[in-house]
Write a protein that binds this ligand. Structure first.
Ligand code: MF3
Ligand code: CO
Ligand code: CO
Length: 273
C-alpha cells in the first residue's frame, strides 16, 4: 500500500502514510503526555467567570515552561495555544475575553510539540452545573471515541473506526459531524491518513503497526450540519444545538494500539467536573 518508513521519509505531507518505530513511539509518549498534563492543569481553572483567554495564557506558560511549543501558535495564521469551543461551537473556537458561565460545556483542544513530535488531545469540561442533555451528549461522545479506539488494531481499517463511532452516536440519537476528521500526526501536525468518524466496516486504508493518528469525533445533539463563522475559524452547528468532542493521539501496535494522551490524573473521561 501507500506506506513509507518514517525514518526514511521527509517530514512533509505527500499523502504517504508514515510507519514509525521505537523512536517515534518514545517521542509521541512524551508529547502526548505533556498535552494531557496541560489539559489536567486546566481542569481546576475551568469555572464560571474564567475567560478562555486566561486559560490560553495558562496553557502557553505551562507548555513553554516545559521546553515545548503549542503547535497551533502561528499555524495557518492562528494566534493561540488552545482552541476553546463552547456549547454550540463544534471546534476551532478562539480564546477570548468572554467569561464562562455556569452550565456551559467547553471543549479544550491542545497540541504540544516536544522534540519535534506532536501530541494532540482535547476533552470536554463542565462549567459549574450542567443539564442532563449536555451530560448525556458528553457521555455519548466519550464512549464514541473509546469505541473508535477499540477498533484500532492491525488488520482493521479506518472504516472500522468510523463505523464504531457512527453506530454508537446514531444509536444514541445523536449525529456525527462530517466536515472535520482525525488525522495522521507525528513530526507533522496534520498528515495522512484522514480518520473519518463515520464509515463502513472494512472500507478505506488498512491499519498497520507504526501508524500514528488522532481520533476526534464531534457529536451533535441535533443535525450534523456545521458552518464556519466570518472569523474564518469558529465552526458552529447550523441548528445551534449542543455539540461535544474528545480527542486522543494513538499509535497502532503489533497487537492493537497505544493511547499517547492518557490523562495522568485520570481526568479525560466524563463526568468532567
Ligand atoms: N488541534 C486541532 C486538531 O485537533 C487543530 C487546531 S488547528 C487551529 O486537529 F489552528 F485551529 F488551532
Ligand atoms: Co487533531
Ligand atoms: Co486537537
Amino acid at each position: 500500500m501507500n506506506h513509507v518508513d518514517a525514518m526514511e521519509a521527509p517530514a512533509v505531507r505527500d499523502g504517504q502514510i508514515k510507519l514509525h518505530g521505537r523512536e517515534g513511539f518514545e517521542g509521541m509518549r512524551k508529547a502526548g503526555r505533556l498535552a494531557a498534563e496541560c489539559l489536567d492543569m486546566l481542569f481546576e481553572r475551568v469555572r464560571p467567570g474564567a475567560t478562555t483567554q486566561e486559560l490560553d495564557k495558562a496553557a502557553f506558560e505551562f507548555i513553554t515552561d516545559h521546553g515545548a511549543l503549542p503547535a497551533t501558535l502561528g499555524y495557518r495564521g492562528y494566534r493561540h495555544s488552545l482552541c476553546t469551543s463552547i456549547n454550540h461551537v463544534v471546534c476551532h473556537g478562539i480564546p477570548g475575553p468572554k467569561p464562562l458561565r455556569d452550565g456551559d460545556i467547553v471543549n479544550i483542544d491542545v497540541t504540544a510539540i516536544v522534540d519535534g513530535w506532536h501530541g494532540d488531545t482535547s476533552r470536554m469540561y463542565a462549567v459549574g452545573t450542567i443539564n442532563r442533555r449536555a451530560e448525556r451528549l458528553i457521555n455519548v461522545t466519550y464512549e464514541a471515541l473509546m469505541r473508535g479506539i477499540a477498533a484500532v488494531r492491525p488488520g482493521n481499517t479506518v472504516g472500522d473506526i468510523g463505523h464504531a463511532i457512527q453506530t454508537h452516536a446514531e444509536g444514541e440519537r445523536c449525529s456525527v459531524v462530517r466536515d472535520f476528521c482525525g488525522h495522521g500526526l507525528g513530526r507533522l501536525f496534520h498528515d495522512a491518513p484522514n480518520i473519518l468518524h463515520f464509515g463502513r466496516p472494512g472500507d478505506g486504508e488498512g491499519l498497520c503497526p507504526g501508524m500514528f493518528f488522532t481520533i476526534e469525533p464531534m457529536i451533535n445533539l441535533g443535525k450534523p450540519g456545521v458552518k464556519v463563522l466570518s472569523d474564518g475559524w469558529t465552526a458552529v452547528t447550523r441548528d445551534r444545538m449542543l455539540t461535544a468532542q474528545f480527542e486522543h493521539s494513538i499509535g497502532v501496535t503489533e497487537t492493537g494500539h497505544e493511547i499517547f494522551t492518557t490523562s495522568p490524573q485520570g481526568l479525560h473521561r466524563p463526568p468532567c467536573s
